[in-house]
Design a protein around this ligand. Structure first.
Ligand SMILES: NC(=O)C1=CN([C@@H]2O[C@H](COP(=O)(O)OP(=O)(O)OC[C@H]3O[C@@H](n4cnc5c(N)ncnc54)[C@H](OP(=O)(O)O)[C@@H]3O)[C@@H](O)[C@H]2O)C=CC1
Ligand SMILES: O=CCCC(=O)O
Length: 291
């Protein structure tokens, strides 16, 4: 199967590498074109623009940072819309809001192409290992056609109905995750400041009812102040912002998510946006008055 891939950031690189490893022919494009080189070393071809990738491939996947990137790649000069048409499918796996996804869907369909949104749960390691959870919605015929790619990228894929449902599901999941990360950070800090060993807290948590893979994976590196990015904090804050907007639309009070969003904003203001989202932990540290 031949696929195009637009966006080779942390996730896009791991996902396209995985497709290549499983025998897919992959044509890649990235805004910073030099990021294509490593993929080419592993057998990928390069498309000079998103339009060139769409022209070459029957199916194209996108994995871009945010709504403005997702819209730009479709609507701008040399973008997806210039070459999409009958018999071509576009699968946007970026995390965006339902409105953005619907705008892209309408534009693609108006040119005769088919569209699927398919954001994912799971981070860098699951992307490398093909263990993502795929939250697809939109054209069911396209979904059925790209299942072989989803089977390589993920451990499970859902088709959630009409366009927008995948985006909403993803935002709800990440809203919960961002709130949990803040509670976890507060707990680690409280343990340390009140004279407990935070490492022992990790062991206790892991044996109880709130044990989860995120605490287990992130806890030890947070205690070492290691925030090497798997899921960049700026993207987590974008997801909190979009989830809060969904809460506004539906009149759902979300005081916990709102507080978590403020903490992620504070972390961004401290210059931590490109670090892992667990760097929100740094917002709780005492300022250093030693100098
Ligand atoms: N990292 C993670 O754990 C997960 C991330 N996600 C979501 O997946 C998406 C990608 O995340 P991730 O790979 O971590 O992000 P990165 O920041 O690593 O990569 C972002 C990608 O978007 C591209 N991009 C940004 N702005 C534009 C633009 N205006 N026009 C064209 N391309 C642009 C970047 O290009 P360039 O290289 O030129 O900057 C890069 O390829 C996001 O929506 C994120 O929320 C979902 C699940 C997990
Ligand atoms: O959007 C990012 C999700 C990260 C994860 O599910 O571990």
């Amino acid at each position: 199967m031949e696929v195009g891939f637009l966006g080779l950031g942390i996730m896009g690189k791991a996902m396209s590498m995985n497709l290549l490893r499983h025998g897919f022919k992959v044509t890649v494009w990235n805004r910073t074109l030099s990021k294509c080189d490593e993929l080419v070393e592993h057998g990928a071809s390069i498309g000079e623009t998103p339009a060139a990738v769409i022209k070459k491939c029957k199916y194209t996947i996108a994995m871009l940072s945010d709504p403005s990137a997702a819209l730009s790649v479709v609507f701008d000069k040399d973008g997806v819309l210039e070459q999409i048409g009958n018999g071509k499918g576009y699968v946007d796996m970026s995390t965006v809001d339902a409105d953005t996804s619907s705008k892209i869907s309408e534009a693609i369909k108006s040119k005769g192409g088919s569209f699927l949104e398919a954001p994912v749960s799971g981070s860098k390691k699951p992307a490398e290992d093909g263990q993502l959870v795929i939250l697809a919605a939109g054209d069911k015929a396209l979904y059925d056609e790209v299942v072989p790619a989803f089977d390589v990228l993920g451990k499970k894929s859902f088709h959630l109905g009409e366009v927008g449902n995948g985006a909403k599901m993803k935002l709800v999941v990440n809203m919960i995750m961002g709130s949990m990360m803040n509670a976890f950070s507060e707990g680690l800090t409280l343990a340390g400041r009140s004279g407990l060993n935070p490492s022992t807290l990790l062991d206790v948590l892991d044996l109880g009812a709130i044990a989860n893979p995120m605490f287990k994976m992130k806890g030890p590196s947070m205690l070492k102040n290691n925030y090497s990015p798997a899921f960049p904090l700026k993207h987590q804050q974008k997801d909190m912002r979009l989830a809060l907007a969904l809460g506004d639309e539906n009149a759902v009070p979300m005081p916990i998510a709102a507080a978590a969003n403020e903490a992620f904003k504070k972390a961004r203001s401290m210059g931590l946006g490109d670090l892992d989202f667990s760097a929100v932990h740094e917002t709780l540290k005492k300022p250093d008055h030693s100098s």
